[in-house]
Design a protein around this ligand. Structure first.
Ligand SMILES: Nc1nc2c(ncn2[C@@H]2O[C@H](COP(=O)(O)OP(=O)(O)OP(=O)(O)O)[C@@H](O)[C@H]2O)c(=O)[nH]1
Ligand SMILES: [Mg+2]
Length: 368
């Protein structure tokens, strides 16, 4: 155990099987430790190579100057300084484990990439942004997190603090409101928005899920009551991460398994950030349709099957699409994105992205 060792070992590449793995050995004596197990291809001592040079050689559990290590492993070293060496080896689990074992035996303390990353950042907001960046699913969310990593959120909080110190409470309140306006977007940067597709049986909910996903994710059938379980699909709309859910058709039923599916659907609707209500454009507007619209007044309405003749009579306003022909899907996705993020943060804006950030900002409100 080397709980207090200043010599650190970090696996920089994600854990698991890969072509190449990267390890970083950092701390006083890093070069000496690595040189104990590494023989350069030319036989020249590692210390003779200038910092920044890439050095190829063999790594093993025991080495003697100028000799080949036992059980050698081909590795590439990059020496940043005497205290920072990066080692690239074969990415198989066993190769990485063996090299790590040797370094730990030599006195290194293994730390996670998360711990290492957090230690590198200038402040806690940068650290959190850097960790969140690894989980960003779209370029748009990554760009916002990159702004926070570069200090946007920290600077905004410093400005609020300074306004409060100078007694400029109105200014502070304005600064707080600007920040809180992006709170909902911030909280979804690494947690996708949840959008539920709901409606009566057979209106084309599963077909719509498949049209958006671009593959046959959900079972489609002409028999009403086909979908029973919640079926989720990960996607992006206007480059916002969205998790889309197909649900059982909502209707009165005496069948137990269908009722269980409907109960699940109602629960999912309750938890959703947005509900997309699907109606059948080829059928006249019904009493049940009206009940649905009134039950979920904030839902986005979609009239599907626009490829078929439109039923006569009045119907509630909504987007017309054909899931079968994939017509109107782009407009629908754009509309969903606009509903989820009506005011996207401008470039470089400060965006709180953790619940603790929002709590901290609300704490400032109490001082205004
Ligand atoms: N003409 C036409 N038919 C469609 C369209 N979308 C779906 N359908 C058909 O409508 C029927 C029902 O489609 P599903 O996607 O299974 O409907 P659902 O709403 O998921 O149905 P449940 O799971 O039973 O609630 C199938 O026969 C589909 O091929 C469309 O845009 N145009
Ligand atoms: Mg279905």
């Amino acid at each position: 155990m080397h709980d207090a060792s200043p010599l650190l070992l970090i696996q920089l590449t994600p854990p698991g099987r890969g072509a190449v793995a990267g390890l970083r050995i950092e701390g006083p004596g890093a070069l000496d430790l690595v040189a104990r197990y590494f023989v350069t291809r030319s036989g020249r001592p590692l210390a003779d190579f200038p910092p920044g040079r890439i050095v190829v050689g063999l790594f093993g559990s025991r080495s003697f100057a100028g000799e080949t290590p036992t059980l050698p492993e081909e590795v590439v070293l990059s020496r940043h300084s005497d205290a920072v060496i990066e080692l690239h080896c074969h990415g198989g689990l066993a190769a990485v484990a063996r090299i790590e074992e040797i370094f730990v035996g030599g006195g290194c303390r293994r730390i996670s990439w998360q711990e290492w990353t957090a230690n590198q950042a200038a402040d806690p907001f940068s650290a959190a942004a850097r960790l969140a960046l690894a989980e960003a699913r779209t370029t748009r969310t990554a760009a916002i997190l990159l702004d926070q990593y570069r200090g946007a959120l920290r600077q905004a909080l410093e400005q609020i603090e300074s306004s409060l110190q100078f007694g400029a409470k109105d200014v502070a309140r304005q600064q707080i409101e600007t920040l809180l306006a992006h709170a909902s977007t911030g909280l979804h940067l690494i947690r996708p928005w949840q959008v539920v597709v709901a409606g009566q049986p057979n209106v084309g909910k599963s077909s719509l899920i498949n049209a958006i996903a671009g593959y046959q994710r959900a079972i489609v059938h002409s028999t009403p009551g086909t979908t029973r379980d919640i079926v989720g699909v990960q996607t992006a709309m206007d480059s916002w991460p969205v998790e889309l859910f197909d649900t059982a058709g909502l209707r009165e039923t005496g069948e137990k398994s269908e009722q269980a599916g409907i109960d699940l659907a109602r629960q999912k609707i309750f938890e959703a950030d947005l509900i997309v209500l699907v109606f059948d454009n080829s059928l006249p507007w019904s009493e049940q349709d009206q009940v649905l619209i009134e039950s979920y007044p904030t839902a986005l309405s979609v009239h599907n099957k626009s490829d078929l003749p439109r039923a006569t009579g009045q119907r509630s306003p909504g987007l017309e699409i054909s899931a079968l022909l994939s017509a109107g899907i782009d407009s629908l996705c754009h509309e969903i994105a606009c509903r989820l993020v009506p005011h996207p943060p401008p470039l470089g804006a400060a965006v709180p992205f953790e619940p603790e950030h929002i709590e901290q900002i609300r704490g400032y409100l109490a001082r205004t």
